[in-house]
Write a protein that binds this ligand. Sequence first.
Ligand code: HAM
Length: 438
Amino acid sequence: MAILTSRPRGTNDFLPGETARWQYLERTLLQTAELYGFKEIRTPTFEHTELFQRGVGDTTDVVSKEMYTFLDKGDRSITLRPEGTAGLARAAIENGLLGEALPLKLSYAIDCFRYEKSQKGRFRQFHQFGVECYGADLPVTDAEIISLAFDCLKTLGLSGLTLAINSIGCPTCRANYYKALKDCFESRRGELCETCQTRLDKNPMRILDCKSPVCQKIAAEAPQVTDYLCPDCRAHFEELQRLLTSAGIPYTIDPGIVRGLDYYTRTVFEISVPDFPALCGGGRYGGLVKELGGPDVEGIGFAMGLERLLMVMKEQNCPVPEEQSCDLYIASMGKAASEQAFRMVSALRAEGFSAQCDLVGRSVKAQMKYANKLGAKYSMVLGDNELSEGRAALKAMATGTQQEMTIGEGFAEAFSDVMMNGYVLAAADAAAEFGSQK
Ligand code: HAM
């Protein structure tokens, strides 16, 4: 394999043309979250490895198998973030954000790294949009977060969305549930994969999201967490269901959803479309902030994979705005004309138009070919004649129609009129037109 010209497995190049979609996606999602009061935060791409071991949990697949971890030159163990929640909690604590008015609402659009088997919609570097809300414990927060996730996906034009919710309880109910799980799995310990044999002692719930088919088969017979909820967790879950019903958000309860990360308590949820289970996943986390050394504040949030979103949007033909193409290409012949072209494109850009001129000294024919390739809406050719007359022909590339325009001061404004109203007939042409109608 040509190492120098092949990207690492599981990564993507997003080429011009595609990046407009990404910008649209990130802008739309962040703006939708802003309607709910979420403000964007940016945190480092890498963090201390311990953050994920403690925050996400060292028996999870993500931490035990999928992290990009390395020693930096100072012998510190560093990890490329596999997700956003732990880093955001760290940043909120470190910057004292949790001592300010709560609830604190943060949004993010980030890249994440997981050493996973690459397959459809599963990459080693991928992107997430997500939100985290701290310091709001009532079930109405859970309903608001789920409603935001839905709004985000609907604003992008997606259809066929299904929401599955579950409650995985708090440490109190978890203790009883773990005991039941251990009792169930112990007799089949030998059949479990090596990782799950360790999980059985340390964190039996993680066996439920093991990707090994044998473990999955055994896990299917495990007791369900919803049967072990304490009265408070049960009440929280029932209130959430009432709120979702009254908000008209359809859902199913799926006791199989335990999520693959350790920090969750109580509500967990996933939103899917037929081709993509778990396009978006999230839930409440009661102990994470405290575990990381912050105040005893609960958090709740979700994240959605942007690569997966774009794939589904393509499949469902969701509208995406076109990227801005070149409004005007000014071709030129000779030094004086190319200087004039340079001045004109600067003035046009100052008015917000996308304008280009020749940068390589090509022939006018080659410049026009390039303008065509750029998809320029209009073009203009400047030579000695145009400079001495102070006028040049503006050509609409799609139709070939031309209009004479003054090229000095005020050109950008006149071009703006053309862009808004189509051609404005020059006075002489208008007179001729008038004459021909008589
Ligand atoms: P997660 O379910 O691990 O949750 O990831 C969230 C989303 O990221 C997934 O639903 C999926 O769309 C996308 N995703 C995950 N792994 C990959 C991959 N290898 N390639 C492409 N896309 C992927 C979290 O990360 C939690 N931090 C979500 C959260 C926020 N919970 C509370 N707050």
